[in-house]
Design a binder for this molecule. Structure first.
Ligand code: SAM
Ligand code: SF4
Length: 324
């Protein structure tokens, strides 16, 4: 398949592989294979990478994990990012559980926008999916609204048999607070056994379900942030919805503009491809900024045309270590 050249200007940075939740699709229950602290890049090392990356035209940065807010000092790190010339946007993806007390600090530090995962509103369903409590997440969402971010989006991973009944309640909640929601197809990232016909709920089926009650109006080329979602508006309810159909949308990779920095210092050009380049080895063996730049350049030019998720892809590394 041939693709037009894609401009890579977006780096997703995983600052930790640790998490205080255990989502079924992300982290195996009882998982304890954390990286040693010494293997995780320090904030200073990451900021150096970002300084070099901006010189190569990367402009947009997302902080993620694992759960980024379980690492100490995220606000100071965000302030460090914000101080780097060439950094145009800083965003964060979080499960929201620790957001309430931090939202204002993060905003003041320079965080522009925030994505909060919310797979269910019913406490028992939320718990069944994440092993956690939904209440602190709702408090986190309210804290974020009060802190006045440029944009707040809700993310929900679709799991057949678990959260179909949650879709309308999530949409009603989103409409009430005027937040866009993105529905994400399950990907075989951490646990290949989760991705089977029983659990997989394609975005097309959700669209059909929504059209039974409301008008789903395509928003054409609208992009909210830098993600790969296709946006629609539910006309009567008055809410904007993004669909991230990584598996069923055959054009999904065409506009992919990102690479990833894993918590342990590997550059990963594509989430759905095992290839990684070892940046930490360069950072910790006295490599020059030019060496760092060469590796990042190799990652951007070597980005595969599309992911391998449809080709019996077998995950080798859990999502929290890669950075969602
Ligand atoms: N802990 C934060 C959170 O949950 O938002 C940030 C990291 S998490 C890995 C980033 C995003 O990846 C979340 O929206 C999560 O729902 C999504 N995710 C994780 N595993 C996934 C999978 N197997 N398929 C689809 N999305 C997944
Ligand atoms: Fe943790 Fe986020 Fe993975 Fe859930 S999706 S286990 S909250 S890193």
């Amino acid at each position: 398949m041939s693709h037009a050249p894609r401009t890579v200007d977006y780096l997703r940075i995983s600052i930790t592989d640790r998490c205080n939740e255990r989502c079924l699709y992300c982290m195996p229950e009882g998982f304890a294979g954390w990286k040693e602290r010494a293997d995780i890049l320090t904030y200073e090392e990451i900021l150096r990478v970002v300084r070099v990356a901006t010189g190569l035209g990367l402009r947009k940065f997302r902080v993620t994990g694992g759960e980024p807010l379980v690492r100490e000092g995220v606000d100071g790190f965000i302030a460090g990012l914000a101080a780097i010339p060439g950094v145009e946007s800083i965003s964060l993806t979080t499960n929201g559980t620790r957001l309430a007390p931090l939202a204002r600090l993060l905003r003041t530090a320079g965080l522009g926008s925030i994505n909060i995962s919310l797979d269910a509103l019913t406490p028992s369903v939320y718990r069944a999916i994440t092993h956690g409590d939904v209440q602190p997440v709702l408090e986190g969402i309210h804290g974020a609204i009060k802190a006045g971010f440029d944009r707040i989006k809700l993310n929900a991973v679709l799991i057949r048999g678990m959260n179909e009944q949650e879709i309308w309640p999530i949409l009603n909640f989103a409409a009430e607070h005027q937040l866009p929601v993105r529905f994400i197809e399950l990907m075989p990232i951490s646990m290949s056994e989760m991705l089977n016909e029983t659990n997989f709920l394609p975005v097309g089926e959700v669209m059909r379900m929504l059209r039974e009650r409301d008008d789903l109006v395509p928003l054409g080329e609208l992009r909210l942030g830098n993600g790969p979602a296709q946006y629609f508006r539910l006309r009567k309810l008055g809410v904007t919805i993004g669909f991230i159909g990584a598996i069923t949308n055959l054009h999904f990779c065409e506009n992919c503009n990102k690479i990833r920095l894993t918590a342990d210092g590997k550059i990963r050009p594509c989430l759905g491809n095992h290839n990684e380049l070892d940046l930490r080895a360069i950072l910790r063996s006295g490599g020059s900024d030019e060496d760092v730049a060469t590796l990042i350049r190799n990652a951007t030019t070597g980005k595969p045309p599309e992911h391998l998720f449809r080709q019996n892809y077998q995950p080798q590394r859990i999502m929290t270590a890669i950075g969602g």
